[in-house]
Design a protein around this ligand. Structure first.
Ligand SMILES: Cc1cc2nc3c(=O)[nH]c(=O)nc-3n(C[C@H](O)[C@H](O)[C@H](O)COP(=O)(O)OP(=O)(O)OC[C@H]3O[C@@H](n4cnc5c(N)ncnc54)[C@H](O)[C@@H]3O)c2cc1C
Length: 478
């Protein structure tokens, strides 16, 4: 009990026995699979940095609930300082791993539930908040990682959950028992579900009265019977299996589809069941928090790309080229604007009825729109600075081949001041940063597609006050 070391975290995953498939085969040892291990290592970094002096102030805090030191990824924010610390820690960690560390989503769920379960109970006299607090204590005392299980597969997007020809297109309750509920459905793109001890399911959209069975939130262990993880393919996924050409040689990301094949959830793990009017509130709170989380870690990832671009300029002998320096400046201002917007959304946060603090939604969503476009621009700028070998560098195995290796190394040499081996490694890192689909596509769709950010911005902005100020200036009455 208490804070886990990185080693203890990995050992704790080893104790779990989830049902998992990848490339058509059942995986028995998750932590020993090189593809999954690279993702687990990224989450393990959230434990590792908690042991490091330079991160500790941000990574470890005290829980007012259990009055013990906890990892920040298990603490729903209870002050503006906590909201700010989230962003700062995410940036540092994003920079540390150069990809997604996969633990922010669990915190975003905990924060959402700590606000919404309280509000549901107040309205309906239910006991979801008590259930949640019991669960939160368990998460904090054992320093656990949770996955955010939000995105349903959704079938025909023009139809509500209850209108779908196949009723399982959204996760729903198929049986209510004395001891709990049974749920069926599937959730897509589940970042790090096998790096997680717990799976927290939330509704993915607003629900109508007829969608009662679909308005459900709960938590189950990631190896609970009936839960099946099917790891998705991503652009560079065989690199870890091959054990070469990794680019980022420590960390990666993977996203399974999760099938709930009649999964039992005991009542004390249920946080919403049938209260349709709160489904929208849960998804808006979660997605806004998650969009803010992205701003921190993606600013940290741009920092990695800036570093890569600058080192490549040294290796290529282009570090005096003014136009490349301008491109690096353009990358820096994109990272800082993203970061600034997320910090602002923290500073403008407010206390909710439960006592948990919540961010400014408009600023959080503005940061996500910025991310969706500007991460792509930052990648484009990095690739421009580095050169074409980002796309088609020969394999490490070619460089190691005694016949062609020396020739390749001769022709891959850049500036004489630097080793060719390091230049090769840096090109490979640039490829990973630019081309890993499990990571880069989350810049666009992670936390909801861009239109969802726009809709939220318009709905949450005070447009009436903007009209009023324009009318006042123009001398228009009424
Ligand atoms: C790398 C990655 C990691 C992710 N990690 C997680 C995770 O850990 N947990 C999780 O729960 N989710 C995760 N997501 C899922 C993410 O939130 C969804 O991808 C996102 O919400 C979009 O949903 P979708 O993929 O089903 O696309 P769709 O909903 O099919 O959207 C495709 C397009 O259609 C539009 N569209 C959809 N429905 C309608 C409609 N009714 N009317 C008009 N336009 C519509 C959208 O605006 C969008 O432009 C992840 C996604 C990615 C790519």
């Amino acid at each position: 009990m208490g804070l886990k070391t990185k080693k203890e975290y990995i050992e704790s995953l080893r104790q779990l026995k989830p049902t998992a498939y990848m490339f058509g085969e059942k995986i028995t040892s998750i932590v020993d699979n090189p593809r999954l291990r690279a993702g687990i290592e990224a989450t393990a970094a959230t434990y590792e940095v908690a042991e490091m002096k330079e991160f500790q102030d941000l990574a470890i805090t005290t829980s007012p609930l259990i009055n013990e030191p906890v990892n920040r990824f298990t603490l729903p924010p209870s002050s503006i300082d906590d909201l700010v610390a989230r962003v700062k820690l995410n940036r540092k960690l994003g920079n540390w791993v150069g990809t997604c560390f996969q633990r922010c989503t669990g915190l975003d769920c905990l924060s959402t539930l700590s606000i919404c379960t309280y509000d549901v109970d107040k309205k309906f006299g239910t006991h979801y908040y008590d259930n949640f607090i019991k669960f939160l204590k368990y998460m904090q005392k054992n320093d656990l990682t949770a996955n955010a299980c939000v995105t349903d597969v959704k079938g025909d997007r023009s139809l509500a959950p209850h209108e779908q020809p196949d009723k399982d297109m959204f996760l729903h309750v198929v049986e209510r028992r004395d001891d709990g509920i049974v749920v069926r459905g599937a959730k897509a793109h589940q970042t790090g579900s096998l790096s997680s001890h717990e799976i927290i399911a939330l509704p993915t959209r607003a629900m109508r009265k007829e969608d009662k069975d679909y308005a459900v939130a709960f938590a189950v262990p990631s190896d609970t019977p009936g839960l099946i993880h099917v790891v998705g393919r991503s652009s560079l996924d065989t690199r870890e299996m091959d054990g070469c050409d990794l680019g980022n040689f420590r960390y990666s990301k993977y996203c399974p589809t999760l099938i709930f094949n009649d999964v039992f959830v005991p009542w004390d793990r249920v946080f919403l069941c049938g209260e349709t009017e709160f489904a929208a509130d849960m998804v808006v709170k979660f997605s806004s928090l998650h969009r803010q989380s992205h701003g921190g870690c993606k600013a940290g990832k741009i920092d990695c790309m800036i570093g890569t671009a600058l080192v490549m300029m040294d290796y290529n002998g282009t570090n005096q080229a003014g136009h490349l320096k301008q491109k690096v400046i353009d990358m820096i201002h994109r990272a800082e604007t993203l970061y600034g917007c997320c910090l602002a959304s923290s500073y403008e946060g407010k206390k909710e009825a439960s006592g948990t603090y919540f961010i400014d939604t408009v600023l959080a969503n503005a940061s996500k729109i910025h991310e969706g476009k500007e991460m792509a621009e930052a990648i484009r700028l990095m690739v421009d600075v580095c050169g074409g070998f980002v796309s088609d560098l020969p394999s490490d195995r070619d460089f190691e081949n005694s016949e062609i290796g020396p020739l390749l190394k001769k022709y891959l040499k850049g500036s004489d001041k630097f080793s060719v081996d390091n230049r090769i490694k840096m090109y490979r890192l640039a490829e990973k940063l630019a081309m890993e689909s499990a990571d880069t596509i989350s810049d666009i769709h992670g936390g909801g597609s861009p239109e969802a950010h726009r809709v939220t911005i318009f709905r949450e902005s005070n447009v009436e006050s903007k009209k009023k100020s324009a009318k006042r200036l123009a001398g228009v009455e009424g």
